[in-house]
Design a protein around this ligand. Structure first.
Ligand code: FE2
Length: 161
């Protein structure tokens, strides 16, 4: 333990230093900020922008059973996402993974959060029998989404024509 001097004043929090996972969890807990935006789309995973700050974009997504994303990365963007309701399955794509090693699969329940840095690639889907809702934070660069092409596939494509 240590004593805090009497006149100590807490430094003002700098939003840019707040971890994206904390931002995602804070938005998840503030349902009044996004509940009016929640929809389910029978044709595809639904996504809507909830908020934009100097550093972050915060998106709300809803996933009906069987809905999911294509394999993608987020370019130079970092961020986090948290499951608000239901269950999501994330398959992490690692270009340098040991061949024959099985993919990293994360089954995320409501309240669980994943963070990611630049170049992170994954595929998220709802493999459960119930709808799911999640909140996503993208820091620096907004919601950059690029189709992911595995290195082996990319090099074989490059050799064609
Ligand atoms: Fe993603």
């Amino acid at each position: 333990m240590f004593a805090v001097p009497v006149n100590t004043v807490a430094a003002e929090e700098k939003p840019a230093l707040r971890h994206p996972a904390r931002v995602a969890v804070a938005y998840a807990a503030s349902r009044d900020r996004w509940r009016h935006l929640l929809r389910y789309d029978a044709d595809e995973r639904y996504a809507v922008l909830v908020d934009r700050t100097d550093t972050d974009e915060i998106w709300l997504m809803s996933w009906l059973p069987g809905q999911g994303e294509q394999r993608h990365d987020h370019g130079d963007t970092s961020g986090a996402f948290t499951v608000v309701h239901g269950e999501l399955t994330e398959v992490v794509l690692r270009p340098n993974a040991v061949q024959d090693a099985g993919p990293e699969v994360n089954v995320l329940q409501a309240g669980q959060t994943r963070a990611f840095g630049p170049g992170y690639a994954h595929q998220v889907s709802n493999r459960s029998a119930d709808p799911a809702v999640s909140l996503h934070v993208y820091r620096y660069g907004g919601r950059t989404v690029r189709p992911y092409v595995a290195r082996a596939e990319a090099s074989s494509r490059g050799s064609v024509g």
